[in-house]
Design a protein around this ligand. Structure first.
Ligand code: GTP
Ligand code: MG
Length: 460
């Protein structure tokens, strides 16, 4: 692999890079990480022990000093000689006391002695460049760090362990084999058919296409799992949206009164339902009004509903369907909505609505809340929870490449049926291989690489 410039400035991989690897703020310890050919030499200049004599992967206690020889901190140092390190280069980790000030001082000293501050994701980028992991795995490191729920973590860990990479490589191998045979048809039209019959080729490609299809289909779940979901309470004033918000999160977060128009602004809370992480947003009740603050609030309600993955449209059984409700029902996207008939403690029968997902609750008496949670799950997963052991695609980038590869394979299959000249079929198959190699990172442009790695955190 060639020399990629990194970030905007075309940094060289010859530099020795350093960063604070732990999160900012106070903690038990903070870790400063340094990677590159000069790691040992640079750390040695500020450190009391004899680093060059340490065995690789051993832990040592020592001291870090200012230029003036004044003590900065007592630290633990770990030396990991390349290529047996995260980046594949010589890496030194300095574990100091968990204060931002100390960590920054040590980092400052490293820079004074010749290290360069690492760009976000540059350690992972080097690990990728040095063949310690492929692009999928490098991305998985970041996904694991930012995972908001067990399912997201599980998907990231599987990707990190190379399950998705393995699957992609396996499909690449299948396509390559078929391509080789088709190219033999081109080169030796007489003998070519001895390698495999057209039916066998079709069979193979159909298997590949179906595997790609199921990977592409896993993106629906994968996206939900990894990005978390937004739920939005919407409805006319006074129907009990804020009361439902409180019932769902289990605390008195939103103000509830019997005055219509109580909620004026969006109010969001993080909630977990089962294994999923949601952001639940309470909104201002929708109605015609001249009141300036309320008008702005209602504008925000509409915006939140548009953004949401799922809308809980709240209706009041004591009022039935108002014209306002009917208008809302017409406006929103039915497939991403659950109708919630609230205030069922009032013993009124709600009118019929032709909608797929309807739940009855009493936010006040906490009735139907579990049923509502269950329905949220069903609607989100289209009635079927994801298979935890399956490989899922969690990134748009992967989804895009898989779709691309799939459509090329389908094109090749069609061409086979139409007995198109084998050159064209081979070409499509080569292009599909190219699309797949983009996922693993064997065939990606510098732009794509920097756009991926720049979203990582510094020190990773
Ligand atoms: N009987 C009964 N009353 C309820 C129920 N849920 C809410 N209420 C009452 O309905 C009134 C309005 O409740 P809120 O939760 O403030 O309604 P809202 O939809 O947030 O209203 P706005 O913020 O004005 O849009 C309050 O007096 C609540 O106590 C319910 O399930 N049963
Ligand atoms: Mg409210």
């Amino acid at each position: 692999m060639g020399l990629y410039s990194f970030g905007m400035k075309g940094y060289s991989r010859k530099d020795t890079i350093a960063a604070i690897a732990t999160a900012p703020g106070e903690g038990g310890i903070a870790v400063i990480r340094i990677s590159g050919v000069k790691s040992v030499e640079i750390v040695q200049k500020i450190y009391s022990g004899q680093l060059s004599q340490y065995k690789s992967h051993t832990v040592h206690l020592g001291k870090i000093y200012e230029t003036t020889k004044e003590l900065i901190d007592e630290v633990v140092v770990i030396y990991m000689k390349g290529p047996r390190s995260f980046t594949g280069e010589d890496v030194v980790e300095i574990h100091c006391h968990g204060s931002n000030l100390i960590a920054r001082k040590i980092l400052q000293r490293l820079v004074e002695e010749g290290a360069r501050l690492a760009e976000p994701g540059e350690f992972s980028f080097r690990a990728f460049q040095n063949g310690k992991m492929d692009l999928l795995q490098a991305e998985a490191v970041q996904s694991a760090i930012s995972a908001k729920n067990e399912l997201a973590l599980k998907a990231a860990e599987m990707q990190l362990q190379g399950q998705l990479s393995g699957k992609i490589r396996y499909l690449q191998k299948q396509i390559t084999d078929v391509t080789a045979i088709i190219e033999a048809w081109v080169d030796y039209p007489e003998e070519g058919l001895e390698f495999a019959t057209e039916d066998e080729i079709k069979d193979e490609l159909e298997k590949v296409a179906s595997a790609l299809k199921s990977l592409a289909n896993s993106f629906h779940d994968g996206k939900l799992i990894s990005s978390g979901l937004s739920l939005c309470l919407l409805g006319s004033p006074n129907v009990g949206k804020s009361s439902l918000m409180n019932a769902l999160i289990g605390k008195e977060r939103a103000i509830v009164t019997d005055v219509p128009g109580t909620t004026r602004d969006l109010l969001s809370e993080e909630i977990r339902l089962g294994e999923l992480h949601f952001t639940l947003t309470d909104t201002a009740g929708i109605r015609q009004t001249e009141e300036i603050v309320e008008i702005e609030g209602i504008k925000r309600s509409h915006a939140a509903a548009k953004e949401a993955d799922l809308i809980l449209l709240v209706l009041d059984v004591t009022r039935g369907l108002t014209t306002q409700d009917e208008e809302l029902l017409r406006k929103i996207n039915g497939s991403k909505t659950i109708i919630v008939w609230n205030k069922i403690d009032q013993d009124q029968t709600p009118p019929f609505i032709d909608a797929p997902n309807i739940v009855h609750t009493s936010a006040k008496e906490l009735m139907g809340i579990e049923e509502l949670k269950k329905t949220i799950h069903e609607v989100i997963w289209h009635g079927k929870a994801p298979d935890k052991t399956g490989i899922v695609i969690t990134k748009e980038r992967h989804f895009h490449s898989i779709k691309q590869a799939l459509s090329l394979i389908e094109k090749a299959l069609l061409d086979l049926r139409l007995s198109t000249s084998p050159e064209f079929i081979a070409y499509d198959l080569r292009m599909s291989l190219h699309a797949l190699s983009q996922i693993i990172g064997t065939n990606v442009t510098e732009d794509i690489l920097s756009s991926i790695f720049k979203n990582f955190c510094v020190g990773k």
